[in-house]
Design a protein around this ligand. Structure first.
Ligand SMILES: Cc1cc2nc3c(=O)[nH]c(=O)nc-3n(C[C@H](O)[C@H](O)[C@H](O)COP(=O)(O)OP(=O)(O)OC[C@H]3O[C@@H](n4cnc5c(N)ncnc54)[C@H](O)[C@@H]3O)c2cc1C
Length: 317
């Protein structure tokens, strides 16, 4: 198809990557529409905690720049009532010896090493900071409302192939997350995660254990609920909640925070992080269209979202 010179863009996917990229393209003057298999509340993005924080994924220099770019957007969003984003006091702890924060962590606002008295039993080091925290169901609603205001429609209709999408617009953006496998990239793999959501007994401070293990302790308080984790099971496709994981998550957070002991369990949610050896933000020609890929963000897709969306918009020219 001859697309002429129309600045029309088709974004594939309505998770945090697709919605954010669609906003950036619309603001840059593109006429944008979204086609998606699942609506925002049924995506992996809905399940995230979601803490903005450093990413240690490849390409390392770029992911550092993208998370730093996202920090500016999330900081601005935290000032907008109803965005679902707030700047939350944070305690991050570890069982590893104290050391200097890695370069990726240096942009974290108000970062300072913990006083030993601030550390819960069993942890040897930690940091206090103030970090953007997104209440994802609300935040995705906020992004969706921004798109509606910008006149960007979201159509629930899966794309069968990038070649099919390329026949619909001169610019297509692949924000399909794990769905990028169906477009031929089998380096994208699921990493199962599960959160236990409890009623918020009045917590404000977010808690995150820094660990390379497959289970760790985290709880992220939002206005009415606390999202408790964490677990990663590489390669697991089955999204059925695991009651044994629920028990372990609850035991860990209740041991740390007495106010969570009687908090009512509201929900158990699961999601598959779209893992990839490196985050893919790059452009390629498909048929008569320019295709920009923006997927493979693994466990830091919210943190990377604005940086990657700005990069994708730059690539679109
Ligand atoms: C338990 C858990 C906790 C997490 N916590 C955090 C956190 O604290 N901070 C953080 O930064 N990140 C976190 N993440 C990671 C984050 O959720 C993901 O990296 C991010 O949501 C990926 O967003 P996405 O938009 O790329 O993909 P998704 O949210 O998976 O969206 C992909 C979209 O593409 C659509 N799609 C797929 N195939 C097709 C097709 N063929 N045609 C049309 N549409 C298609 C889907 O329907 C969907 O709309 C967490 C993830 C999990 C599971």
């Amino acid at each position: 198809m001859d697309h002429g010179t129309a600045r029309e863009a088709l974004v594939i996917g309505a998770g945090v990557s697709g919605l954010t990229t669609a906003i950036c393209l619309a603001e840059a003057g593109w006429s944008v529409r979204i086609r998606t298999k699942d609506l925002p509340h049924d995506t992996t993005s809905e399940v995230a905690g979601a803490l903005w924080g450093p990413s240690f994924q490849e390409p390392m220099a770029k992911t550092m720049a993208w998370t730093n770019a996202s920090l500016a957007d999330f900081t601005a969003l935290a000032g907008e009532p109803g965005s679902g984003v707030r700047m939350a006091p944070a305690l991050t702890v570890s069982t590893m010896p104290a050391g200097d924060p890695p370069p990726q962590a240096r942009s974290i606002p108000e970062l300072r090493a913990c006083d030993p008295a601030e550390l819960p039993p069993g942890f040897t080091s930690g940091f206090r900071a103030v970090m953007p925290l997104a209440d994802m169901p609300r935040y995705l609603d906020h992004l969706t409302a921004r798109l509606a205001e910008a006149g960007v429609p979201i159509e629930q209709r899966p794309v069968a192939s990038l070649a099919e999408a390329a026949r619909e617009a001169p610019l297509i953006v692949n924000c399909a997350g794990l769905g990028a496998r169906d477009f031929g990239d089998d380096s994208v793999r699921p990493v199962f995660g599960q959160h236990v959501v409890v009623a918020n007994p009045g917590l404000d401070l977010l808690f995150m254990e820094l660990s390379t293990a497959d289970e760790w302790t985290s709880y992220f308080p939002h206005s009415d609920r606390v999202v408790c984790g964490g677990v990663r099971v590489p390669g697991r496709w089955d999204r059925t909640p695991d009651p044994a994981i629920t028990d372990r998550v609850l035991a860990r957070v209740r041991a740390l925070e007495p106010r969570l002991r009687d908090a009512e369990v509201i929900d158990v949610v699961t999601g598959l992080r779209p893992d990839r050896p490196s985050v893919r933000v790059e452009t390629e020609r498909i048929g008569t269209a320019q295709c920009i890929h923006n997927y493979g963000h693994s466990g830091t897709g919210v943190s990377l979202s604005w940086g990657c969306a700005h990069e994708a918009t730059k690539l679109a020219g």
